[in-house]
Write a protein that binds this ligand. Structure first.
Ligand SMILES: [Zn+2]
Length: 401
């Protein structure tokens, strides 16, 4: 099955290209009739019927019920065959790994969140990362031969076409995707985590027809995923959306990139953490102090404090929201998006983050522009990246943008 799929997708015959078109259509619309496929792909009904018959025999597609119509005829609906193959998504964070398993149809079958992992910039660390993926695969009941691709989401600059991650895990000539593919003996593709988050959200939640979307990934750093007319925008080398390193503040804080005053020195979870600890050290009070020493406080503690309505933590999140709102206003002027999604770890702060963003955008942006774009919180929250990695893994396998 796997070899046949690989032979199919690597062939550039007209037949394969048309089949890939059908798969792409079924990825985005879940199920479809022969008539709808023929309209969508601009192919004749006999051609689509022949292709679908072949794909049924090959195991790509399956019948999945009949279309309910008011007339007498109930045309057959076709969808992707759930068991034809499986995809793995791996979301690598600075200090943890999230892993997911998805079937051919796009159902997420298993998620393992928050595996502790200390990322170091060495080949041994890559091997360890692969070992976790390997163990995850072994723990599923899926035949290894049926796993078609592994999609990895990484922060920083990632070139998805060449499989390079220049920000870290960059070992010279050999792309990281090749190193990982060799170790895992399954093809690996890479993408940037903010783009993965946006794609996960786009594929798995109701976007109400939005096709121009900005996804603000406010996590330990700050990044942005961009979708233009239903397609992820990567830029020339995949490095688009690195807004965290735009210059923004005369604050004398050295960013981890080595420059000063980057946006993420004020707008990120690392900024929230730094400021929270600084303010406590300066003598301010928080309920956390009744349970922990300042040195023991983690980012999770701060989000827990926000849930418990800790005033200092809320005040700092609101300040970050106002600063982010000013920049989102600029992005709205630039892109005129349908939707701006606020995601990443910081979205755990919910309305305490969202409301100051909305107010600031309304205050400082052309009203016609700001009212044209809706600003919402990520629905997938901390799962967005790993779900997006699963989804990108499938699209990448079929070379579908
Ligand atoms: Zn920077």
């Amino acid at each position: 099955m796997k070899q046949r799929l690989l032979d199919e997708i690597q062939s550039s015959s007209k037949n394969t290209m048309m089949k890939r078109g059908i798969i792409s259509h079924l990825i985005y619309s879940e199920n479809s009739t022969i008539t709808d496929m023929s309209k969508e792909l601009n192919l004749s009904i006999p051609t689509v019927t022949k292709l679908v018959d072949e794909m049924l025999a090959e195991g790509f597609v399956d019948e999945c019920g009949k279309l309910e119509t008011s007339g007498g005829r109930h045309p057959i609906l076709y969808g992707l065959n759930a068991d034809s193959g499986y995809f793995i998504g791996a979301d690598l964070k600075q200090s943890g790994i999230n892993l997911g398993l998805m079937n051919f149809k796009g159902d997420i079958l298993k998620l393992q969140m928050g595996i502790p992992f200390k990322r170091e910039d060495t080949l041994d660390s890559v091997k360890e990362f692969c070992n976790y993926i390997q163990t995850f695969i072994e723990q599923t009941s899926i035949d290894r031969e049926k796993i078609l691709n592994i999609g990895v989401a990484l922060c920083g600059r990632v070139n998805p076409d060449l499989g390079y991650s220049p920000t870290f895990y960059n070992f010279g000539e050999r792309p990281l995707a090749d190193i990982m593919s060799d170790q895992l003996e399954i093809n690996v593709s890479l993408d940037n985590d903010s783009r993965a988050m946006l794609y996960g959200e786009y594929m798995k939640t109701d976007m109400k027809g939005a096709r121009n979307i900005l996804f603000l990934n406010v996590s330990w750093g700050l990044g942005m995923g961009i979708m233009i007319d239903g397609k992820l925008y990567k830029g020339k080398s995949g490095f688009s959306g690195e807004i965290g390193h735009n210059y923004g503040y005369d604050n004398q804080i050295i960013c981890h990139c080595g420059k000063k005053g980057c946006l993420e020195t004020e707008i990120s979870c690392s900024a929230l953490y730094r400021k929270f600890v600084e303010r406590l050290k300066a003598g301010e009070m928080s309920a956390i102090l009744s349970q922990k020493e300042i040195e023991e406080i983690t980012l999770d503690d701060i989000f827990y404090a926000i849930e418990k309505e800790d005033l200092l933590a809320i005040e700092l999140v609101e300040e970050i929201g106002r600063k982010l709102g000013l920049h989102i206003g600029g992005f709205i002027n630039l892109f005129n998006p349908d939707l701006v999604i606020i995601g990443g770890d910081m979205s755990r702060a919910g309305d305490f983050l969202l409301q100051p963003i909305i107010t600031t955008v309304r205050k400082h942006t052309l009203s016609l522009m700001s009212r044209d774009s809706e600003i919402i919180l990520s629905k997938l929250k901390t799962q967005a990246s790993v779900i997006g990695a699963c989804m990108l893994s499938r699209s990448k396998f079929f070379a579908i943008d």
